[in-house]
Design a binder for this molecule. Structure first.
Ligand SMILES: Nc1ncnc2c1ncn2[C@@H]1O[C@H](COP(=O)(O)OP(=O)(O)OP(=O)(O)O)[C@@H](O)[C@H]1O
Length: 313
């Protein structure tokens, strides 16, 4: 049984009347890439700041590495690497010096640090930029530097708060690959994002947050089983009679069929051969059709079903 790395129980955080965290519960095990997914304002950053003891909270308990987390729990903090939303590096230090500075907060021996800094530089792919000052780096490269500063001391737990916001696709892929590599080397990762694709791509377990609470939790497969929606099928059609639409609506596994703007959209609750059944029927009826699209449920569909609104408002 993997060790519990983070345990958050009944955490409540208010900003005056606003309840930012409403009895939040989370348990994260060693070796996980744990995704915190939620729209802007759902409380992800607040949860992270409470977890790091950077923010006072009103109620609840937080344990990290099996010990209560307090502002002066330095032993635990040494083993945590943090990459926050805002890039925080020193303009007057080079790439190498910045990473060395942050690593030096935890590792005093310069000789020991040398390897760690080199490894972090390799890791984020900044080899050619080690002598650059931050103002010469693009947004994506700056983010990579920010990550290198957060992870060089080889922490057991790495917390990343939306590290890919406003990052070019190449840097984004580099960052996502890097996270998986850190994880394969033994680090437990907490990753917050409002991009469902990223969370689906890298996270072993996902907590979907809304209004300061966890509204769904599980692997992406488990989350997808929670909703009735299986695949969604769309067919371009020049015309479709009311009768034909009604017939399609009655087919096995179909729970909704809508025809609008020359597009037939059929939502199915699991089942197989749905596309073939629909296309065969259209052919039998002599209806000629254009392109056919199918889509499996996404984390957005889960969010939509539970909360009635889109993840990306
Ligand atoms: N310092 C603060 N003072 C007052 N309200 C705050 C403060 N920080 C956050 N909030 C509010 O608390 C709620 C949760 O915010 P939080 O930043 O934790 O959400 P988030 O999910 O991280 O969103 P984002 O992705 O935008 O960072 C929001 O309604 C936000 O407006």
């Amino acid at each position: 049984m993997a060790e519990t790395i983070v345990r958050i129980e009944n955490l409540v955080k208010r900003y005056k009347e606003l309840v930012a965290l409403d009895h939040l519960n989370l348990e994260i095990k060693e070796g996980e890439v744990f995704g915190l997914l939620g729209p802007n304002g759902s409380g992800k950053t607040t949860a992270i700041n409470c977890l790091l003891s950077l923010l006072k909270y009103d109620k609840g308990k937080i344990q990290v590495f099996g010990r209560p987390m307090e502002p002066d729990t330095y032993e635990s903090k040494r083993n945590i690497g943090v990459v926050m939303q805002n890039v925080a590096v020193f303009e007057e230090l080079t790439v190498y010096e910045n990473i060395d500075y942050f690593c030096g907060l935890y590792v005093t021996s310069k000789a020991e640090r040398k390897n760690m800094v080199e490894e972090a530089i390799d890791f984020v792919g900044l080899q050619e930029f080690r002598k650059f000052y931050p103002k010469k780096l693009s947004g994506g490269l700056l983010r990579r530097l920010n990550i290198a500063c957060g992870i060089a001391h080889r922490p057991r737990l790495i917390i990343m708060d939306e590290p890919t916001v406003a990052v070019d696709p190449q840097s984004r892929n580099k960052i996502l690959e890097g996270i998986l590599k850190l994880n394969s080397q033994g680090a437990t990762i907490i990753y917050t994002s409002h991009y469902m694709e990223e969370v689906e791509q890298i996270c072993s377990r996902i907590a979907i947050m809304d209004k300061g609470q966890v509204i769904a939790l599980g692997t992406k497969e488990e989350l997808k089983k929670m909703i009735k929606e299986g695949e969604t099928i769309q067919v371009d059609l020049m015309e479709l009679s009311e009768e034909a639409l009604t017939e399609i609506g009655k087919m096995p596994h179909v729970y909704s069929a809508v025809y609008e703007d020359n597009l037939l959209t059929v939502r199915c609750s699991g089942g197989r051969h749905n596309v073939i059944r629909i296309l065969n029927y259209l052919q039998e009826q002599g209806v000629s059709f254009g392109q056919v699209y199918t889509k499996l449920p996404t984390l957005n569909d889960i969010f939509l079903e539970i909360t009635g609104k889109e993840l990306r408002d």
